[in-house]
Design a protein around this ligand. Structure first.
Ligand SMILES: C[S@@+](CC[C@H](N)C(=O)[O-])C[C@H]1O[C@@H](n2cnc3c(N)ncnc32)[C@H](O)[C@@H]1O
Length: 242
């Protein structure tokens, strides 16, 4: 299955097949760890968002595709994952941070890889609340954020192509222990197809660990593990039990 084609609109592919596979494999490892924490050998899994299957293609190597459910706001990406990997798919529809057509309390494990990294605090809060409503009690979610390592990288240069004023805003917010969110620069090339599809609500966030702690507390969730920079030496990874 790893030989499945990379979709031409996959913004997660930056030219290196090795890197693309490594990032997908790392997330599949976190999902496997979450399944162990949830006490399940053959978990029912939700991957939200799936994009064009960077992670999905690794999940189907380890888990039964008929128990892997994928969702994304980009309908063609969901269709691609369903057709290519044999998973179950959901098109995310309005209201787009509530996932109403995905069954509640249904999943042992769920992966929220690189979504709140692109949303405002208000939208990210809604996403966490509704994403965890899909996980059964005792199930485990894998959530990634732009946290400590992102702060480090952004301190060195404009790695997210947001422009200097926005970069300073993100750094100042994070250093004040506040959630920061900005739009991409008009001429950015990172994730350009995704932004074209979704619009300006999709930008770049920098998220202090305390924000994640607060949102978990609000929703009665327990952080089991926090790995700063745990995904590709970049995004923070949280394993969170419902
Ligand atoms: C950075 S990509 C990550 C994709 C995948 N998790 C991966 O790591 O390869 C972010 C994805 O979030 C999707 N997205 C943005 N807003 C969304 C929403 N409200 N609901 C579901 N997916 C959304 C985008 O379409 C895009 O595929």
């Amino acid at each position: 299955m790893r030989e499945a084609p990379i979709h031409p609109n996959d913004d997660m592919f930056h030219g290196s097949h090795e890197h693309y596979a490594s990032v997908g494999t790392q997330m599949a490892n976190f999902v496997a760890q979450a399944a162990e924490l949830a006490g399940t050998e053959s978990p029912t899994i939700l991957e939200l968002p799936c994009g064009y299957g960077r992670v999905t293609r690794q999940l189907v190597e380890r888990f039964d595709p008929s128990r892997i459910h994928v969702a994304d706001i980009m309908a063609p990406s969901v269709d691609f994952c369903v057709k290519t990997f044999g998973t179950i798919g959901y098109h995310v529809t309005e209201p787009v941070y509530e996932f109403k057509n995905i069954p509640a309390d249904a999943f042992d494990v769920a992966a929220l890889g690189s979504l709140v990294t692109h949303l405002s605090s208000h939208n990210a809060r809604s996403v966490i609340k509704h994403f965890f409503s899909k996980i059964r009690s005792g199930g485990v979610g894998v959530v990634t954020t732009h946290g400590e390592k992102s702060r480090e990288h952004l301190g060195i240069g404009d790695c997210y192509q947001v422009g200097e004023a926005a970069r300073q805003h993100l750094l100042n917010s994070y250093d004040a222990n506040q959630f920061g969110f900005v739009n991409y620069r008009a001429d950015h090339s990172l994730e350009a197809k995704t932004v074209d599809y979704i619009g300006d609500s999709y930008g770049i966030s920098l998220i202090p660990g305390d924000w994640v702690k607060d949102v978990c507390a609000e929703n009665g969730l327990t952080i089991v593990e926090h790995r700063p920079g745990g995904w590709d030496g970049h995004q923070d990874v949280f394993l969170i039990r419902k």
